[in-house]
Design a protein around this ligand. Sequence first.
Ligand code: H2P
Length: 808
Amino acid sequence: MNKIFDNKQEFTELYRDAVMSISGKSVEAASDLDRFNALAKLVAEKARTVATKSDARATAEGKKRVYYFSIEFLIGRLLDNYLLNFGVRDMVAEALDDMGFDLSVIENQEPDPALGNGGLGRLAACFLDSMAAEGIAGYGNGMRYRYGLFKQEIVNGSQVEATDEWLTHGYPWEVRRQDKAVTIKFGGHVEGFEENGRTFYRTVDTQDILAVPYDIPVVGYAGETVNKLRVWAAEPVEEHFDLEAFNRGDYALADAERAEAEAISAILYPNDAGEHGRLLRLKQEYLFVSAGIYSLLDTFEKEHGANWELLPQFVAIHTNDTHPAMCGPELMRILIDEKKLEWDDAWNIVTQVVSYTNHTILPEALEKWPIGTFSKLLPRVYQIIDEISRRWHESFDTTQEGWQERLRQTAILWDGEIRMANLSVICSHSVNGVAKIHSDIIKNIVLKDFYALTPEKFNNKTNGISHRRFFAEANPTYAKLVTEAIGDGWLKDAFELEKLKEFQNDTEFLKAVGASKRANKERLAAYVKAETGLVIDPNTVFDVQVKRFHAYKRQLMNIMKVMDIYNRRIADPNFHVTPTTFIFSGKAASSYTFAKETIRLINSVADVINNDPRVNEVMKVCFIPNFRVSNAQLIYPAAEISEQISTAGKEASGTSNMKLMMNGAITLGTLDGANIEIADLAGRENEAIFGLTAPEVEQLWASNSYFAWDTLNGDRERLGRVMDELKDNTFAGLSGNFESIYNELMNNNDPDLVMADFRSYVDAWEKLTGSYGDQETWNRKALLNTASSGWFSSDRTIREYRDEIWHA
Ligand code: H2P
């Protein structure tokens, strides 16, 4: 363990100086924010010193460098994580306590940057953590949005979006690297020129933007390796402040150029955003791709000279979904136009360097760009794509039967659009999905024609999560118990959690597991009370669904279950309900009406149920606003039921399922995404699995044999009642009824099979909560979930990427 402070005394002295230097005040007189900024600055400085050493070591050892390109990195707060990884968390807490301060109060000052939508961005952040922990020279490359995803407020039950101003108080972790800025060229036109008898191309009359990098240290567990996350901000290349306009009082015009440039990195686009701001999104994608590639080539050239043929030996570029899909063509462009390589040599390099992960099979996430828009903004990149596409066509064996259909499926340019997923596959040497079932669906359905052509490219890498952040850090009471039982080796090697299985029949230990859960429930209840005013009871079951809102994730089915239980309890006060708090949290993309209506429904149901004394003993509904990494860390440890109820075949993997499992929640889920692997590892008997399977869903649609109306009519009493309540006034008190949800289901034949799975879901819930009374058995299941969760550490996932994709 590379501890950054030797002892309390050394830390205390350094810390007092740090507070003085940033605030001009003694630690006692300073504000909590000053105290945070000083501590973060101190840790960041230490981290950067280690980073320099890690970097030098990578050079000396001739390590391959891995660049993880992602348009989102949902990194969460860093301070606690870095103290833990540097092995000084307890010591620092004690030293602060001696000075009269509480570490957690200081930590709560840290902004929680919302630089991602959900699972995809958080996965990228977990991967950075694990790459550093595994000693890989691995770097994040992304965007520095001035405003992250919106801050969610709930007004009259509805989601209202406010700007997320995470940079207002400064961000002590980042360092601006003006010296590494890169000029990015947009627009213009391509012209050819002759050199040494060869024709080369360049783009002229371009509108240039400066991409300025900010580096954030990524501290690996044990503090031996510190890597970097490099995020890019857009700025004008030159300052063109129009003094004349300013003097006229036209302030906006005076600074128009800066505003125009900065718009590119102003906000993070929500998923499912539809057509809004599409051009700006394309600019974002090109900016961080192009800047990232220039910057990594620069590093390569310093280490290995202009020996570009060695690039595959020393560099891996990983593209996270299709947003960085331009990595292939952009690297081609630079190698050909600027490094003067021949096409075939460049192509050989590119296809050995680039790899691609697909994160979802939803068509809305497989990006397509209109050729017109794209070629105008990036004319030369488009030419390269066009040439890749031409060669792809040419490579087809037209004597093979069915080649036309195969070409149609795999084409890059089709119907006036560029299909970025196909481009990604063609430019990559490896294509992976994020859970077994998802990778199979990719191979057999979504990309089946590619699979037929190049089966060796395809592989699976089941997602993982940082067990240090989401267990050690988030759940200190349970983590302490675990360490007392099996030692702290699990922090490094999560597989050691297996050893907990030895305690499955230890009554005292199981009681302690229950007590720790209880403490976490109290902690969450206090947070909920402070945030929303709602009082929830830690004696009830905490049933939790937290994730981005989307129709296929079926938060709707969950709240329909709550409505059903409520109806039955009202109708019959003797109907047994295990006292439960139904907890929801998550954001809906601002333009996604159905998802937003679902949030409003949840809050409206909450309003009725929470104010109905007839049921309050047994049920409460709780919506926690503004889901983000920091409150997630309070929610997971308090959960007893993990709701993973997506329509089978739709959730690629899911990662909250893993975080909740590790914290001892029992999965109430469909056989979808990584739920399948969770049930396999922990044993089906320790989860509650229900509903249609992916093959059943497929069969249902393929045979045209599902009729939502029939399902509804077959269950008028319960399902019908719930559906009626969407239209009538039962839950309309807060801000109107939910006819649009009703219509969405009934007019579109229940596209996510909410009604089809409804009864088996409610039955499974009743059966599961019915077993809650036997606490010993429940706690054993919780323990076995934790004990089986080590495989889901992102350390394991990253080792697989390292060995099987990056060969680093
Ligand atoms: C997505 C998928 C998840 C997956 C995650 C990471 C896009 O995240 O839908 O199934 O686990 O990527 O691979 P999300 O829905 O949480 O935004």
